[in-house]
Every structure is written in C-alpha cells, then in structure tokens.
Design a protein around this ligand. Structure first.
Ligand code: ZN
Length: 195
C-alpha cells in the first residue's frame, strides 16, 4: 500500500508493462495508482463513466503546496506524457477537482481553477481526440485565442493568453471540468468516419 492507502501495482515493471497496465487501467480499479520504475501512472477513465460527466469542484488552494498535492500534479503530468497526450484534466483520472495540465510551448504546466477571462470572436476548426475516448477523432469549433485566469503550481495567480493549439487545449480541458467531452460538440467525425 502507498501513503494514500492504495495498493501498488506494476512496481518494478518496465515501461512496456506500464503501458499495458495503462490500457487495462479501467478494468482494474478506478482508485488504483499504477507505479513502475520512476513514473507513476494514474488510471485514465474512459467514456462512458459518470466521473467524466460530473462538474468538478473548485480546487482547494490551501492544499496546493502540500507535498502530496505537488506529487499528485507530477503524477497527472506523467500520466498525460506516457499516454502521449497534450493535455489532461483531473476528472479524467478520477478526481473531480478543477485542475488541468496543458502542454505549453514551455513544457507541461499545471493550472488550478482555470477560468476564461475572454475569448476571440473568431473561431477555428480543430481536429480533436481525447485520452478518455480512445480511437475517436473529430472536428470541433473552438475560439482561436483565449485569455485564461488560473493559479499556477506555486500558488501564483496568473493570466495568460493562448493562441492556436494551446488555446484549443485550454478549451478542451476546461470543458472536462464541466463534464463536457469533445464528442458532445463534434461537427463531424474524422475517425472512425461513420460514427
Ligand atoms: Zn479530453
């Protein structure tokens, strides 16, 4: 058992084992944390799952600087990276808190309680997929650029402007915090094309 009382699985396994475990994570237990070598994997929930559809509660900033929270942010980031994602939202790993990880130009960053401050009128079509809806891709209309208010992992209030792919990731991930998936907004599927 680890410090959170979760059983440890996959300890000492290699990366290939970890990826196999990731694929089967939804079959094991939603609260199981999979560990192997230096990377800790959180299970990624797949649609349909009620946790993905539940609006997330504000993240309690009082807990942000606690070592367990910082470790959890690392785990969320590592889970995204190992799964080859460019964004992930906490509810996708079973935690209904308003926290997202976004792959920015400066690497992956955690954002607590992100909110749109403004969004461009201009929209773009983006082809999206989702770690929680594997194998499905489709076209979604998104704002071309957004301004986002959030708290960073050091506890600093920030406001940032995102454009292009980064703006799309913010919109996709913040949707997750409201229980919304890209398949709810898709205009047409690109793969499989006949969904
Ligand atoms: Zn997603």
């Amino acid at each position: 058992m680890d410090e959170n009382g979760f059983p440890l699985l996959g300890q000492g396994g290699d990366e290939r084992d970890g990826q196999i475990l990731l694929k089967n994570a939804n079959l094991i237990h939603s609260a199981t944390i999979l560990r192997y070598t230096t990377v800790t994997m959180l299970p990624i929930l797949r649609e349909p799952n009620p946790t993905l559809r539940q609006p997330s509660a504000p993240f309690d900033l009082q807990t942000l600087l606690q070592p367990e929270t910082q470790t959890w942010l690392d785990e969320l980031t590592e889970t995204m990276q190992v799964a080859d994602g460019i964004g992930i939202a906490a509810p996708q790993t079973g935690t209904n808190k308003r926290v997202i990880i976004v792959q920015t130009g400066e690497g992956p960053k955690a954002f607590m309680n992100p909110k749109f401050f403004s969004a461009s009128l201009r929209k773009v079509e983006s082809e999206e997929g989702c770690l929680s809806v594997p194998g499905v891709y489709g076209i979604v209309k998104r704002h071309k650029s957004v301004k986002v208010k959030a708290v960073d992992r050091e506890g600093k209030k920030i406001m940032l402007k995102a454009d292009g792919l980064e703006a799309i990731i913010f919109q996709h991930e913040i949707d997750h915090l409201d229980g919304v998936l890209f398949i709810d907004k898709v205009e047409r599927y690109t793969h499989p094309s006949r969904l």
